[in-house]
Design a protein around this ligand. Structure first.
Ligand SMILES: N[C@H](CCC[C@H](N)C(=O)O)C(=O)O
Length: 295
């Protein structure tokens, strides 16, 4: 039994969590500023993200102590695989860091992809993203017995974007993302793997996007970095100007602002959208023990 701190069955060792989501892309967020869970984050992510026997989530996010920044964000996909960055998760972690009084309304925090700045404006959180890189248009790949024209960009994590008017699969809700996602996501043309975004133009500078995520190995209800990727690729193709509105499956809207030199160099890329806390609480110690996460 660890030290009681006087609040019901709360102990000093108790693992506190927040269940959060941004447009339906959902996470478990843990305050790990003492670094206790970092080395076991893969097992913890798999256990906590289980939708039946855990809390459920597309990924786990650890808040760690920052060196040159206010805090660090470590994102782990639900399969236990690290991701360098997560746009929806980043907004959630900013809301959580604010609630935990780690930061005020403005912050800069570290991710594996680089530092991210953020500001909270009521229900909306705006992120200053890392500089996008490695954009490449019109890549032809074969997958699932079909030839695809895809566009690549790294917006913190690697993404490919497919505009569905280039394929003959009907409206976006009819595209078989579960069927085509796995092959494209692991295509050898993309050595780090890729998140796969299907996009449909819905009006001037507005796109509906569905994403099959690397590391989740399934479609999620929204993808922040994928929304940024779609906006920037649409711009490089001469189809869109800043700001771009993305309509994710999970509802709400994501807004992407950027400056472009017209030749593939972007500055001030911002992603704005909601981040909501569903619940906060304490993980039962028996549940952790059962999974050998606590001795
Ligand atoms: N859903 C996330 C992306 C997670 C990245 C992950 N799927 C990977 O590439 O490892 C987002 O909102 O940006």
């Amino acid at each position: 039994m660890s030290n009681p701190i006087g609040a019901g069955d709360l102990t000093a060792d108790a693992l506190r969590f927040a269940r959060m989501h941004g447009c339906g892309n959902d996470f478990v967020v843990i305050d790990d500023r003492d670094g206790k869970w970092f080395s076991r984050r893969a097992e913890l992510a798999r256990a906590l993200c289980d939708r039946r026997k855990g809390l459920g989530g597309d990924g786990l996010i650890l808040i760690g102590n920052g060196k040159d920044t206010d805090f660090t964000m470590t994102y782990v996909n639900g399969t236990g695989v690290d991701g360098e960055m997560c746009g929806n998760g980043a907004r959630c972690v900013v809301r959580r860091a604010h609630d935990l009084q780690i930061t005020g309304d403005r912050t800069v925090f570290s991710t594996e992809a680089g530092p991210i700045s953020a500001r909270i404006e009521g229900g909306i959180i705006s992120l200053g993203m890392t500089r996008p890189r490695d954009a490449e248009l019109h890549i032809t790949v074969e997958s699932d017995g079909r030839n695809w024209t895809v566009h690549y960009i790294d917006t913190g994590v690697p993404h490919i974007v497919i505009f569905i008017d280039q394929i003959d699969d009907g409206p976006i809700d009819e595209v078989d993302v579960a069927r085509y996602g796995p092959g494209l996501r692991r295509h050898p043309r993309f050595p780090r793997g890729a998140n796969v975004n299907f996009a449909e133009k819905r009006g001037a500078n507005t796109y509906r996007v569905r994403t099959y995520e690397r590391g989740v190995e399934a479609e999620t209800l929204a993808c922040g970095t994928g929304s940024v990727a779609t906006a920037l690729i649409a711009h490089l193709l001469g189809e869109a100007q800043s700001p771009v509105t993305i309509l994710p499956t999970g509802g709400g809207t994501l807004r992407i602002d950027f400056r472009s030199n017209g030749e593939g160099r972007f500055e001030d890329v911002q992603l704005a959208g909601p981040a909501e806390t569903i619940a906060t609480g304490t993980i039962a110690e028996d549940w952790l023990r059962e999974r050998k996460l606590l001795s």
